[in-house]
Design a protein around this ligand. Sequence first.
Ligand code: F6P
Length: 565
Amino acid sequence: MASASRATPDKLPAWQTLKQHAEELKSVHLKTLFGSDRSRWSNFTRQVAGLTLDLSKQRWDDDTLEHLLALAHDAGVPGAIDALLSGKRVNTSENRPALHTALRLPADAILNVEGEDVVAGVHESLAQMERLVCRLHAGQWRGATGKPIRHVVNLGVGGSDLGPLMVTHALADCRPRDIHPIEVHFASTMDGSQLADYLSRFNPETTIFVLSSKSFTTIDTLSNANTARDWLLGRLTHHGDFASTSDVSAELIVRQHFIGVSASPEKMSEWGIAADHQLKFWEWVGGRYSLWGTIGLPIALVIGMANFRELLAGAHAMDSHFREAPLEDNLPVLLALAGIWNVNFLDIRAHSILPYDGRLEYFAAYLEQLEMESNGKSVTRQGQAVSYSTCPVLWGQLGPNAQHAFYQLLHQGTQPVVCDFIAPLKRYDEVADPDTRRHLKAQHRLALANCFAQSRVLMLGDDALDDDGPRPEHKRYRGNQPSTTVLLDKLTPHSLGALIALYEHKVFVQAVIWDINPFDQWGVELGKQIATDTQAIIEGEGDIARMDASSRGLIEAFWAAEQDE
Ligand code: F6P
């Protein structure tokens, strides 16, 4: 990272230049910027690793980019990229590296971190994961009563859920053929509702659980795990519904029906996970950056190890680009700078993620954690309160569905919002039936037409229409809303890996410029602590009188409801 004594970004000369420049550009409409620069698309579009990044609809010009690049240099972005990728302790508050990029290094690479090559260990853990995947895919993994496994339920939350959930959904078409049929499911919520649904439908003899938790202390995951364990024990031991074989011991059930994935082997063992069913990873992999290693087990189960390695290769291609490309051609850097410009100079503090492909349904949810847990910070790495905005409020959902939900606000509301449109160029080539393929390809064109139309209307407003007749005020569109479009040649493991890495590195570059640590999440700790106290009070073990009136009222309402049951 940049040196500890670095000035905060708002004190850097380029920041001041940008402030002045923003004053000049604030009143210039996007349509004017397009009108005055015929080569805008080529000037502001870059391609790498199967991705096309179109930043031409940002409310900026060549000078803006020049000043932003100067800011990136002044803030020490090139040195910080090197520090990240070479394993320096960039996670300053926890005093460790953030080495998710090491998880996607090829086997013949060498990365010495503090005197030790980490690549061999990474590939050993992948090989161990592959052995488990192969057993499950071959139908060789047997439940405690001897039956092959049908359902795998991932129990995890945050980074131990969202990445695998997002990728398995996005790449479900890549399932290998000719494997034992296995379905992968996810339960994250501590209220047990997702899990309860599975428990009501699945056969315990053919269901296993993956307990995914970096810390192995997360109550959400452990409460689901305890419920799952009791369900299995209740049904598979000699008292239960499936007690066909009398010698099924509790130990065998826990052994055969749980896999653990964690950075804490001790805690996995304490919970009862068999040593050879434990997949480990390292403290230097942040939870929200962990899908690339053993936390990716559900991904490998759905898409197979060969495709999982392609996902890693795509991310690695983006890592190499991030390390080598000059800042002005560096996709993550440019994406980050567009964000800095919007947040800090145009005062646009809402950001919507809008994929135009149903397979990317969970991409926005994934980015919500990646961006807001990483950069939702207000203290610099030196511990000073920041005097500028950091991470915007980021949310999203599938673009075509959002068109019928919140686009009204994008087009005519009072809040400025920047949007990321994401879409694959090619789709449905693999559908065998020609009639269905024709229909689906037409639907793909329909989706792309809508994607391109929306960014155009956001940019031009009313002027997107050829007819320029008078319009009543309630039908006016002001336009001038900036957006980015990311096109994937095709949605494949490789391009998805590159896309995710693009956003990971964008988040990092923004953190460098804002001088914050993107790799910790202290802000979620107090809530966990207070929840523990509150739970004690709900259970009648604490002093409700010391609580505020609202919290007291809520708890008393709950107690009254319990009395009625
Ligand atoms: O509470 C936030 C958090 O720590 C996230 O950073 C993390 O991804 C999630 O909880 C789950 O943590 P774990 O994998 O340790 O269960």
